[in-house]
Design a protein around this ligand. Sequence first.
Ligand SMILES: C[S@@+](CC[C@H](N)C(=O)[O-])C[C@H]1O[C@@H](n2cnc3c(N)ncnc32)[C@H](O)[C@@H]1O
Length: 356
Amino acid sequence: MITHKDINTPTPILSSKAQLELFSRASDVKGTIRSLESGRPVLITAFYSNGLTLLKELQIHLKRKFSGNSFKEQRAYRDAYRKLSKLILIEIVDHKLIVKKAPSIGWLKTFYPETSDFLLTFPKLQGLNSAWQWYQNGITVPVLRNKIHPYYGTYFPTRFDHLILFDNWLKRYDGPKKSAIDVGIGSGVLSFQMVKHGFQKVFGTDTNPNAIVGLKEFMGDTKLSRKVELDFGSLFGKWEKPTELIVFNPPWLPASHTLDTNDEAIYYHETLFPEFFEAAKQRLLPDGKLVVIFSNLAQITKATPNHPIEKELASGGRFQLEKSLKRDVKKASDKTKRDQHWRDSEKVELWVLRHS
Ligand SMILES: C[S@@+](CC[C@H](N)C(=O)[O-])C[C@H]1O[C@@H](n2cnc3c(N)ncnc32)[C@H](O)[C@@H]1O
C-alpha cells in the first residue's frame, strides 16, 4: 500500500544556514540579485513578504535583461528565472515558517514528520502554500454537490466544460451501473460524478502517487470510500475484470520532452493511446461503453495535427464510434484572451466508443 512516504514532495534542504547571505527590507536588492547570479543562495529573513519582493525584483531585472519577444528570448528569461529563484531560500523551524506574517501550511508537518527544521526554496514553498489553500478551502465544481479537495501535486480541473459534457451524457445513460473504471483518477471528479449518477463501484488508477494517497485520505472511511477503490498503477493497474463503463480524461497534448509526474496530467507519450485502447478492449464488457474526454487544444495550438481517438477509430480495429459530443470552452477572461487568440476556437470533446 502506498503512503505519504511514496509521494512527491519538495526536497528539504538540510545544509547549515550559517554561510547564507540574508535578505530583508534593509538589504540592497541589486547586490542580492548579483549574489544570485553568481550562484550564491540567499535566505529570506524577517517578513514573508520579503520573499515576494525579492522574486518580483528578480523578475523585473530579468525582463530587462531578456527584453525581446522572440520564443528564444522568452525561454531564456524563464530558464534564468527558474535557476535564480531556486537560490532564494526560506527557513522552517518546528514545521513552521520562521519569518513573520507567513502563511501556515499544514503540509510541512504531514510531509516531513521526522524533520522539523529545514530550508526550502521559496518557489517550492509558494507551491506548497497555494496547494494547501486549495486543499483546505476546496474547489466548487458545478456538477458535484460537494467540493473537491485536491491534494498537493495532483491535477484538478480549473474549467468545467468537459465535466458538464460528461454529466449530460451520464444523465441519459441507461445501461447497467454495477461498476466502472476511471483511468487517471486525479482528484476524483469523474468518479464522484459516476457515483452521483448511481454507479455502485468505481475502480480508479493513477500513476501519480499523490493522487492516490490524497484521495485515500480525503475519502477516509466515508461511504464514498466503499464506492471508489484505488490502485496506484499505470492504465488499468490491477483492475482486470471487465466493466460496463470505462472513462479516461487523458493528457491532451503530445510530449516533446521527458516527463515528470506533474507533466503526466498534461502531456502524453506516443505509446499511451495505443496501449490504453488495447488494454480497454480486454476490460470492456460486450455491451460496455468507453468514454474518452478530449479537446482540440493540440490541433488549435498546432502542437500536432494528430488526434489519437480519431486515429484509433480509423485504424485501431478495436472500437467503433457511438457518438461524439463537442462543447465550446467558456471564454477565458479578457486579459488571457488577448494573449491567446486560439482559445476562441477551443472545444472539449466527449467520445463514446463501443466494441466493433
Ligand atoms: C488530465 S488529468 C485528469 C484527472 C481526472 N480524471 C479529471 O478528469 O480531472 C490526467 C490524469 O491521468 C494520470 N495519468 C497519466 N498517465 C497515466 C497512465 N499511464 N495511467 C494512469 N494514469 C495516468 C495523470 O497523473 C492525471 O492524474
